[in-house]
Design a protein around this ligand. Structure first.
Ligand SMILES: Nc1ncnc2c1ncn2[C@@H]1O[C@H](COP(=O)(O)OP(=O)(O)OP(=O)(O)O)[C@@H](O)[C@H]1O
Length: 539
C-alpha cells in the first residue's frame, strides 16, 4: 500500500493546481468568400472555364476526328459552310461523345454519364453543341424510339431548333418531330406515335428526336397512348433558367419521373415479365444520356439499379440560385462556362461562376443615349438614318435607278398568330423587312445572323433582359451594335444595373446634340401629324 504524504497541502497550495480557464473569446467570422460559397454545389465551384478563342478547324482525314465527329457529319458541316467548331462545341463534344464508336450505346453501371450545364455568350453556337452529339449517337440506331427530347420555352424557338436539326441531320435517317400546340392534338399524336388503339409495352414512337414546349409535352405525356420517355438518352432543357422557373404542372419533375421505368406489380404471373422488363429498361436507361436546360447539363441518377443521365445547357445567363438548380435534381454535374478566365475568376476567385455572370459576345459594341422621354422617337429616327441605313447604303439597298429603296418596318409580338409571326420572321431573315419592331418575345434565343443593330427603345428592367436583347446581334463572331434609349429619370437605375454586373465601362455613353437632330424635325413633325390623323379618325 502506498504511504500517505507526510505533510497535507495547505488549502492555498492545493488551489494553485486548479487549471485556469481561458478567457471567453469570439471566433473569427467566416470570410466573405466562405459565406458566398455556403450551400453551393462543389461542381459549380469547380466549373471548367472555356476560353472563347478555343476554336478548332475541321479536318477531313480520318473516319472519326479527335472530337469524336464522324466523317459524314464533318462533310455535312463543310457543305453548310462550317469550317471550324466554336469554343462551346470544342469543349463539349469530347465530353458528350463516347470515346469509342463501339461504346456509343452503353454506359457502365459504375461510370454513368454526367449531367452537363453550360453557360456561354449569346450567339456562341450552343445549339450545334447539342445537335452534333445527338446526331452522332443516334444515327447508329436501328429501331426508332424517342431518344432525344429538347424542351424550349416558345414555339418560335422550337421551329428554329427544328430547322437546325433538319439541316444538320439531313440524309442520316433520323426522324424529327415537334409538339407545340400549333396543330391539333390528334394531328400531333398521329405524328408522334404509330399505334394508339392499344397499349404496347415500351411504347411506340415515330420520331427519334422531339422538340417541344413544356405545356404540349405534358399533354402528350398524359394523353397520348404509347408516348413514352423511357428510352430517352438525351434530355435538353434549353433556356433553362427561364424554363425551371415555370412551375406549370410541375412539368420538370413529371418529365424526370417519366424517364424512369414503371414497375409492374410482382404477381406470380408477371414475375418473369417484371424481370425481363426490368433488365431491358435497365439496359436502355443504362445508356440514357439526357441533356437538360442550361444549354448543357448532363446527369446521372440511380434508382432501382437503373442508371440514366441527362445533360442540360444553359443560356448566356447561368442561374446560380441553388433552389433552382436543386429543382433539376442534377447528379455529378459538370459545368462549363465559356468566357475570359480573368474576368470570371476575378475578385475572390469564384464571383463570376457562382454569382450571376453575364456573358457578352466579344464583337458586340454597346451604347446608351440618355434623353428626355419626348425625344425618344426623334432619337430612333436619328439612329435609323445616321447609324443604320442612310449613311450605310450598300449596293443591295439601291433600286434599279440607283435610288435608295424605302426601308420596310414591321411589328412583331404575341398579338400576331403563330403563322403570321413565322411569315414575318422569314421576311426579316430574307431582308425583305429591314426593321423589326418587336416585343421581348423575340429577345431570347432567336437567331437571325444579319441583325446588325438592336435598339432597346424602353430600357430593360433587369440585366438578364439586357443581355438577351443585345445578344440578338453580334452573333457567331459577327460585328454588331446595341443601343439603349434611356429616359433621364431611368438613367441612375440603368447605370446601377450595369455597374452591379460589372459592365458599366463596356457601354459607351453617347451624346446627341440638338443641332444634329434639326434635320429630322420636319420628318418627325410630319409623322406626328399622320399619327394624329389616324388616331383621330372615328371608329
Ligand atoms: N461552328 C460554327 N461555325 C459557324 N457558324 C456557327 C457555328 N456554330 C454555330 N454557328 C452559327 O452561329 C449562330 C448562333 O448560334 P446559336 O443560335 O446556337 O447561338 P446560341 O449560343 O444558342 O445563342 P443564344 O444564347 O442567343 O440562344 C447560328 O446562326 C449558327 O448557325
Amino acid at each position: 500500500m502506498e504511504a500517505l504524504p507526510s505533510t497535507v497541502p495547505t488549502r492555498q497550495e492545493s488551489l494553485a493546481y486548479l487549471p485556469s480557464f481561458p478567457l471567453p473569446s469570439q471566433p473569427a467570422p467566416p470570410s466573405a468568400s466562405v459565406l458566398y460559397l455556403q450551400g453551393l454545389d462543389q461542381a459549380l465551384i469547380e466549373a471548367e472555364i472555356v476560353d472563347p478563342s478555343q476554336v478548332r478547324k475541321l479536318t477531313m482525314g480520318q473516319e472519326r476526328d479527335s472530337l469524336g465527329l464522324s466523317f459524314k457529319t464533318r462533310q455535312r458541316l463543310a457543305q453548310l459552310g462550317i469550317s471550324e467548331l466554336f469554343a462551346v462545341q470544342t469543349a463539349l463534344l469530347p465530353f458528350l461523345l463516347p470515346s469509342s464508336p463501339f461504346s456509343s450505346g452503353l454506359y457502365l453501371p459504375h461510370g454513368p454519364p454526367r449531367d452537363v450545364c453550360v453557360s456561354a455568350p449569346t450567339g456562341s453556337g450552343k445549339t450545334l453543341a447539342y445537335v452534333l452529339p445527338i446526331l452522332e449517337v443516334l444515327s447508329s440506331r436501328i429501331v426508332t424510339r424517342l431518344r432525344a427530347l429538347v424542351v424550349l420555352p416558345t414555339r418560335d424557338l422550337v421551329s428554329q431548333v427544328r430547322e437546325t436539326f433538319d439541316v444538320v441531320c439531313k440524309g442520316r435517317g433520323l426522324k424529327i418531330g415537334i409538339a407545340t400546340g400549333q396543330h391539333s392534338f390528334a394531328q400531333e399524336q398521329a405524328q408522334l406515335v404509330g399505334e394508339s388503339s392499344h397499349r404496347l409495352e415500351g411504347g411506340q414512337s415515330k420520331v427519334d428526336i422531339l422538340i417541344c414546349t413544356p405545356g404540349r409535352l405534358m399533354d402528350h405525356l398524359h394523353g397520348t397512348p404509347n408516348f413514352t420517355l423511357q428510352h430517352l438518352r438525351f434530355l435538353i432543357i434549353d433556356e433553362a433558367d427561364r424554363l425551371v422557373t415555370q412551375t406549370f404542372q410541375d412539368w420538370l419533375a413529371q418529365v424526370l419521373a417519366a424517364t424512369q421505368p414503371s414497375p409492374i406489380p410482382p404477381t406470380p404471373m408477371s414475375h418473369r415479365r417484371y424481370r425481363k422488363s426490368h433488365s431491358m429498361t435497365h439496359y436502355l436507361l443504362h445508356g440514357s444520356h439526357s441533356l437538360v436546360l442550361f444549354r448543357r447539363l448532363e446527369r446521372t441518377s440511380k434508382k432501382r439499379r437503373n442508371h440514366h443521365a441527362r445533360s442540360s445547357c444553359s443560356p448566356a445567363t447561368l442561374t446560380r440560385d441553388p433552389s433552382k438548380i436543386a429543382a433539376l435534381n442534377l447528379r455529378n454535374t459538370k459545368y462549363f462556362v465559356v468566357g475570359d478566365e480573368g474576368q470570371i475568376r476575378g475578385g475572390d476567385g469564384v464571383d463570376g461562376v457562382v454569382g450571376e455572370a453575364f456573358a457578352f459576345p466579344e464583337s458586340l459594341k454597346e451604347h446608351m443615349i440618355v434623353c428626355d422621354t419626348v425625344r425618344k422617337p426623334l432619337m430612333l429616327l436619328y439612329l435609323i438614318h445616321v447609324h443604320f441605313v442612310v449613311f450605310k447604303l450598300s449596293e443591295a439597298n439601291l433600286g434599279a435607278g440607283g435610288k435608295p429603296q424605302p426601308v420596310v418596318a414591321h411589328a412583331y409580338s404575341s398579338d400576331l398568330s403563330g403563322g403570321e409571326r413565322k411569315a414575318i420572321l422569314e421576311k426579316f431573315r430574307n431582308a425583305d423587312i429591314g426593321i423589326l419592331v418587336c416585343s421581348d418575345l423575340i429577345s431570347r434565343g432567336i437567331d437571325i445572323s444579319h441583325v446588325s443593330h438592336v435598339v432597346s427603345y424602353d430600357s430593360p428592367l433587369d440585366m438578364r433582359k439586357y443581355v438577351h436583347r443585345v445578344g440578338r446581334t453580334a452573333r457567331a463572331g459577327r460585328a454588331g451594335d446595341a443601343w439603349s434609349l434611356v429616359e433621364e429619370q431611368e438613367a441612375r437605375y440603368f447605370k446601377q444595373m450595369l455597374s452591379g454586373a460589372n459592365h458599366l465601362n463596356q457601354v459607351t455613353k453617347m451624346k446627341v446634340s440638338e443641332k444634329i437632330l434639326v434635320p429630322f424635325m420636319s420628318h418627325y413633325n410630319f409623322a406626328l401629324g399622320q399619327l394624329k390623323e389616324v388616331y383621330g379618325r372615328q371608329p
